[in-house]
Design a protein around this ligand. Structure first.
Ligand code: FES
Ligand code: FES
Length: 189
């Protein structure tokens, strides 16, 4: 379920005065341009007022209130912020709004619901594949991208698809089993 964007602008500005290194107030920093940016997220059209250079992750977790997509490294290194852009898993922390265009975005909230979970979500529960859970939304998205392009992956293919996703709890083996279980469930359905 998408919450409609509030009017709050995302402009990344530091405010009218910026403290200098010695703590005095320096000159005002230039204020980036904001404008209405249209996005298609989890099947709904939304519009946010933002600097087009803003990373998608800031808008998801900010005005759109979609907190399932995590902030980890902020540098396209950990996979915690993965979303589907079309059928590809991409790092939302490294995806400026201007580059999204009309492509459909799917966050973990758009994969399934508590009443109708995605096969991957059911399989992760069945395999108890989460520990702290922080990395899991990004891993579900990477796995969903894999199953869209390859519905019957081998274990090696699952491991390769999750290679960009870090899990500091070390739950990778259970997650790989869960992805294989979801693929089998899908094939049997
Ligand atoms: S927060 Fe985006 S890849 Fe780590
Ligand atoms: S389950 Fe804790 S970081 Fe992956």
């Amino acid at each position: 379920m998408i919450r409609r964007p509030e009017t709050q602008a995302i402009d990344g500005s530091a405010g009218p005065e910026t403290p200098t290194a010695d703590g005095r107030q320096g000159p005002a920093s230039p204020r980036p341009e904001t404008r209405a940016v249209r996005l298609r997220i989890n099947g709904a059209a939304v519009s946010v007022e933002a600097d087009p250079a803003t990373p998608l992750l800031s808008v998801l977790r900010g005005p759109l209130g979609l907190m399932g997509t995590r902030f980890g490294c902020g540098a396209n290194q950990c996979g915690a912020c993965h979303v589907l852009l079309g059928d590809r898993a991409v790092a939302a922390c490294d995806l400026p709004l201007w580059s999204v265009g009309d492509e459909a975005i799917t966050t973990v909230e758009g994969l399934g619901t508590p009443e109708r979970p995605h096969p991957l979500q059911s399989a992760f529960v069945a395999e108890q594949a989460m520990q702290c859970g922080y990395c899991v939304s990004g891993i579900l998205i990477s796995a969903a991208a894999l199953l869209r392009r390859n519905p019957r992956p081998t274990e090696a293919e699952v491991r390769a698809a999750l290679d960009r996703n870090l899990c500091r709890c070390g739950a990778h083996n259970r997650m790989v089993r869960a992805v294989l279980r979801a693929a089998q469930a899908d094939a049997a359905a």
